[in-house]
Design a protein around this ligand. Sequence first.
Ligand SMILES: C[S@@+](CC[C@H](N)C(=O)[O-])C[C@H]1O[C@@H](n2cnc3c(N)ncnc32)[C@H](O)[C@@H]1O
Length: 279
Amino acid sequence: MVKKKQLLENEQLELELLLEGIYRRYGYDFRDYAKAHTKRRLEYRRTISGLNNYAEMLHQAIYDEDFFTSLLLDLSINVTEMFRDPWFYKEVRELVVPHLKTYPFFKVWHAGCSAGQEVYSMAILLEEEELKERTQIYATDFNERILSQAKKGIYPLDSIRQYTANYLKSGGLQSFSDYYTADDRHVILKSSLRERVLFSSHNLATDGVFGEMNVIFCRNVLIYFNKELQERVLQLFCESLCPGGFLCLGTKESMKFSTVMEHFEEVAAREKIYRKKRR
Ligand SMILES: C[S@@+](CC[C@H](N)C(=O)[O-])C[C@H]1O[C@@H](n2cnc3c(N)ncnc32)[C@H](O)[C@@H]1O
């Protein structure tokens, strides 16, 4: 009889082969995602697809592109909202915006932007601070499907109550309804909010530096990566930021463990806002 320890080792081997197969077949690299998260999401898909193990999943994933697309959606958790953590946006207004006001032009990068709510929140904030004309916003994600939703800026009507409450708590200066129209099922954000935004595909696990940024948002993305991949991505952000540039992480994320921390100072501890030191 195969011992329990051996079974677990075999399962681990099958999991590694599945992730290797996905990488070699499609170029998406999940090998350094947090193991517990990856297993939870794969287990969900395995069960609803009636597959017995990861070896069967590997076969299905490499021969059936639609199945792989479902896996991709499972592995890239897209949960987001407008003005998520309103107190974070309040601090951005109070601590980051005054510095941006001293620049004639600046660039903001939203890495892992999901369906765009974070991007439009920042676009609204910058418009209200009369900085829109001086801004170029880059919004990236590795999931093409979610990126095409982001470009549209159309969200379910039932989300608007939460978004409005967040906006007000974040220190919004207008009525939130100024920024959208609605039909019976959707809210459609004003197209002018997109004027300074470029949406494009970028994979934090495999792609390189993304221009000379003044502000980088990467919120609630690193949490899905293991420490090695977090370190790689934080290096990438350090190289992509101008001296004096700001890095904003999610509330459950940190760069304190990282070797790049020495290049940064903490601006707001709870909000996870860091600033790259000037040499
Ligand atoms: C939970 S959402 C966070 C969205 C938004 N930043 C927020 O805080 O509300 C995580 C996003 O990271 C993206 N993502 C995951 N792995 C990625 C990678 N390797 N490269 C780029 N984006 C990635 C997912 O597709 C997803 O849209």
